[in-house]
Design a binder for this molecule. Structure first.
Ligand SMILES: [Zn+2]
Length: 106
């Protein structure tokens, strides 16, 4: 079960939308996650299964892109977890990026 997630930076207003987690039939080969490309510092929505062993990305499921998560609100997909608040914003670089689920996909 995957999610479509909408984001918004509480600091600068930057927003986007991305997929998180594969569907019921594709999860073994396709698991999209939000990530930061270490070379360009751009936000990308990449296949975790393809890139988890490369050193090219920071994933939003990694602690390094997470800030304080005071209410412990977490979005799970198998063993990947996203915080819903205070993530790294690719635009203003503050830990102010909030996520909320807009759709569940099979
Ligand atoms: Zn921002």
């Amino acid at each position: 079960m995957g999610n479509i997630i909408a984001s918004k930076s509480k600091s600068c207003g930057f927003s986007n939308e991305f997929s998180f987690g594969g569907g019921r039939y594709s999860y073994q080969t396709y698991c999209p996650v939000p990530a930061i490309n270490k070379e360009t510092l751009e936000f990308e929505n990449i296949n975790y299964l393809e890139h988890k062993n490369t050193n090219k990305y920071l994933f939003y499921s990694d602690d390094i892109l997470k800030g304080n998560n005071y209410d412990n609100n977490i979005i799970n997909n198998f063993d990947l977890k996203l915080n819903t608040v205070n993530n790294y914003c690719p635009n203003c670089k503050e830990k102010a990026f909030a996520f909320h689920i807009t759709m569940f996909v099979d």
